[in-house]
Write a protein that binds this ligand. Structure first.
Ligand SMILES: Cc1cc2nc3c(=O)[nH]c(=O)nc-3n(C[C@H](O)[C@H](O)[C@H](O)COP(=O)(O)O)c2cc1C
Length: 197
């Protein structure tokens, strides 16, 4: 079996349009994948405030990579395929998703760095799939769209070969029938992508 890590940042849960794209993707995924679901809407993850930062540095200085604090990083590093489903918030990703990446950016697990400052990604996955919906009329590639460039940089940093994006936009600005049509089209694209894996 191959492992799919599903990083679910669909904060609105059942009401989420983006979650529908994820459901379409998962429904068409080849059976060889075993999906592990990480729901960021309920996950016990925190940004690095001062106390958390120094506590983490201490563990790293002591080489204690076996600490449960690093379990999420290990799950990411060992996944064969990474699925991120997230709405577009404030021209980028929700803070919970940024918090997730802050928590899994761990030298020795998701990336390495030698004495000369050369970085190398340590994640096994050959690709990350990003499923997203945007409220405004912001197409892929727009300079207003800062979620995809961030995730592309993360992939490069962690050694994940490619980022595939399926998106729908204008969800809150188009008439409901048009928004529904775009969402349906994106769901079909998500299914096709899953089948091709
Ligand atoms: C807190 C918040 C911030 C948002 N910021 C943006 C934004 O900056 N640009 C945009 O196009 N849409 C924005 N939206 C709209 C969402 O991207 C849009 O409604 C999306 O389809 C929601 O996805 P969901 O149904 O999966 O929650 C925002 C929505 C919320 C709740």
């Amino acid at each position: 079996m191959k492992k799919l890590l599903f990083i679910d940042c669909c904060i609105r849960g059942e009401a989420s349009r983006t979650r529908k794209l994820a459901e379409a993707f998962l429904s068409a995924l080849p059976e060889e994948y075993d999906a592990e679901w990480l729901d960021l809407g309920t996950a016990d993850l925190h940004p690095l405030d001062r106390a958390r930062y120094f506590a983490r540095e201490k563990l790293l200085d002591e080489g204690k990579l076996s600490d449960p604090l690093f379990d999420h990083a290990k799950d990411l590093a060992g996944a064969d395929l990474v699925l991120v489903a997230t709405p577009f918030w404030d021209m980028g990703i929700p803070a919970m998703l940024k918090t997730y990446f802050e928590n899994v950016s761990i030298a020795g697990i998701t990336f390495s760095c030698d004495e000369k400052g050369n970085y190398e990604g340590l994640c096994k996955a050959e690709r990350m799939v990003l499923l997203t919906t945007r409220g405004m009329d912001i197409p892929d590639g727009s300079e207003m769209e800062q979620a995809t460039p961030y995730l592309r940089a993360i992939c490069k940093f962690f050694g994940i070969g490619a980022l595939e994006v399926v998106s729908a936009w204008g969800m809150d600005t188009e008439p409901p029938a048009e928004a529904e049509k775009r969402l349906h089209f994106a769901a079909e694209n998500a299914k096709e992508l899953a089948k091709s894996l």
